[in-house]
Design a protein around this ligand. Structure first.
Ligand SMILES: NC(=O)c1ccc[n+]([C@@H]2O[C@H](COP(=O)([O-])OP(=O)(O)OC[C@H]3O[C@@H](n4cnc5c(N)ncnc54)[C@H](OP(=O)(O)O)[C@@H]3O)[C@@H](O)[C@H]2O)c1
Length: 343
């Protein structure tokens, strides 16, 4: 995006966010909409028409307060207006003590949000077991060389089955599995520009949807889990079909990204039903907007959309991991506010 246009859009965003109140809602475009159409001026009015539609119908997006708000700018602005400390200051509610002494596997724990989760696990006295493609001296010093299983691509059936067998052989008994490895293709995909990349769509589906299913399947069948283990899938709000009409209103876009997370959610919802009888719960967590390499291209909207340092994102994720269990199995939860995201 050109710098001048970026500034104009940022000013539009800031003006609207400042004007936000809980009832009069001049809602600007959401994170997902902004990232899918960073230069589309028409998108800035999209939420207003949604609001008009809402005023003529009894539809309550929050389902009486149980569900998060689709529009990310409005969601963040409302958290500020409400003084929502759960949202704005995770340290005020988070205590990782419940995970102390637990064995927690993290895929993609070598960088980004995954590495921040691993650092936090070590800080609270958990054993972090990292499954990744490439390790580092820093990571091995942090968790112990024997706890890093590198060279594992989550799209490789054999490698995933083999690492699960090795983990079982090395003690298994995983209390929590955090399927964090993920991938978001860089360029925009639009039909009207003829920019769909089907190969990249399949790659995202393979990594983000089949990847967690492959890993969970291998760990269950290798008996590498402790009784009552929690299988966590780091998914994304991008997988919500309902939220596309707000976050991608009039634009569509990023087909592979959104399809991969919708498929990811379906797999996790099915797995939750299949394994609850085995005593395992499955949690689908949107980790919030984190300042990582994945979102670096959206740096210009980090502040207005409430993006956080991954250290904070890690605590938000672990807070939800601790809080939720079998009663919430199969639920799709936003780690920013602890509320559900609609399918
Ligand atoms: N950041 C956000 O705001 C945000 C929002 C919603 C959801 N998420 C999700 O949160 C997770 C972490 O995101 P992030 O922001 O930390 O992303 P990131 O900085 O791009 O890191 C991605 C991680 O996934 C690993 N990975 C990618 N493809 C893999 C594969 N085929 N096999 C094994 N590992 C693979 C990467 O390993 P390499 O180092 O080997 O590439 C890296 O460790 C992802 O699932 C992402 O979709 C993030």
């Amino acid at each position: 995006m050109k710098a001048g246009l970026t500034s104009i859009l940022l000013l539009q965003h800031l003006g609207r966010a400042a004007a936000f109140t809980a009832r009069a809602i001049p809602r600007p475009p959401s994170f997902a909409q902004r990232i899918t159409t960073p230069s589309s001026p028409s998108s800035s009015s999209s939420y207003s028409s949604h609001s008009l539609a809402m005023s003529s119908s009894p539809f309550d997006e929050t389902r009486g307060g149980t569900h998060s708000i689709a529009d990310q700018v409005a969601r963040f602005a409302k958290a500020k207006a409400d003084g929502n400390v759960r949202y704005l200051d995770i340290d005020s509610v988070y205590d990782g003590g419940d995970l102390s002494g637990k064995r927690v596997l993290v895929t993609g724990g070598n960088r980004g949000l995954g590495l921040a989760i691993v650092r936090e696990l070590v800080a609270i006295g958990a054993t972090a077991v990292v499954v990744c493609r490439s390790s580092s001296t820093e990571l091995e010093r942090l968790v112990g060389k024997w706890n890093v299983y590198s060279g594992v691509d989550v799209v490789d059936d054999d490698a995933v089955r083999e690492v699960a067998r090795r983990i079982k052989g090395d003690g298994g008994a995983l209390d929590v599995v955090i399927n964090n490895a993920g991938y978001f293709y860089g360029p925009q995909e639009l039909v009207k520009d003829d920019t769909l990349n089907f190969e990249e769509q399949l790659k995202q589906i393979n990594i983000c949807a089949l990847g967690p299913l492959r890993m969970n399947n291998a760990l269950i069948n290798s008996k590498a889990l402790a009784d009552g283990a929690k299988l966590v899938v780091i998914t994304s709000q991008a997988g919500s079909v309902e939220w596309r009409s707000t976050q991608n209103k009039d634009t569509g876009g990023d087909y592979g990204h959104h399809m991969s997370r919708a498929a990811c959610n379906m797999a996790a919802a099915l797995l939750a039903q299949e394994v609850k009888g085995m005593g395992y719960s499955v949690l689908l967590l949107h980790p919030g907007f984190n300042k990582t390499e994945m979102t670096k291209k959206y740096e210009h909207i980090w502040e207005i959309e409430g993006a956080v340092d991954p250290k904070i994102g890690a605590k938000r994720v672990l807070y939800e991991v601790i809080k939720n269990g079998m009663d919430e199995t199969g639920k799709f939860i936003n780690c920013e506010d602890g509320l559900q995201i609609p399918w």
